[in-house]
Design a protein. Sequence first.
Length: 277
Amino acid sequence: MNHQIEKFILALAVNYLLTSCTTTTSENLTHKTTHNYQTNSKIIVSTSEAESIGKKIRHKECGGTFEGLTSWNKGEYFASLGIGHFIWYHRKRPGPFDESFPKLINYLALKGVDVPKFTLNKHCPWETRDEFIKSKDSVKMKELRSLLYQTIPLQTEFILLRLENALPKMVAAISGQNRERVVSNFYTLAKTTKGKYALMDYINFKGEGTKKSERYNGKGWGMLQVLEEMNYPKELELASKEFSIAAEKVLTRRVKNAPKNESMWLKGWRNRLKTYL
């Protein structure tokens, strides 16, 4: 591996481990939230770009509606909030998934946003989905939707930060020359609006690709596998196209290796990949 790339990967991983911060956002706050992500990104995002990407994600994930910014899906025991479906657990029922909404609130506070006081609590104030739905026109819910609507660009930045901080974990899961390819492809994509959107959408779509349980015949289908498969783009503007081509190969391989028939999903997956072009 190129020595400079190797040093960069090591520095990135160390930075990931050391740049967590503990922030108390109010003197009335009774808990501390620990950030497991760095707050200084190497990815440059303009306000207009963050707005554009955020609106596209909102349209896909929230139906483009104001009400869609606050949801609680049937069969789940947590609220899914904002363009990234950031999870917020009630104190009586925490879960195994990363609880991202408190981290988002801390990030917004660090950026100077005046967040509603009740969002500073670690736990979701609504205990059940029924209670959440019945409160759809409450003052708290209106304040929450207003906050999420007004901070779409910052939510985009936050998603990119979380994505970037996942890179050391992805790199640690592989060895040799592929590390250089993954890091290079990641940051090449991150230089364009289409590339940033592709990275953000795909990791929401198929995950990081680091879990051993997410394999068919030893082959994964997450972000890591696509970055490994992706050819170096000859031109910067072709990066998202190369990513889309690689993603189609990875997902087609998944269908071939699947223990059960998954071919019915492939057309929809391919249509989603076309939005990266």
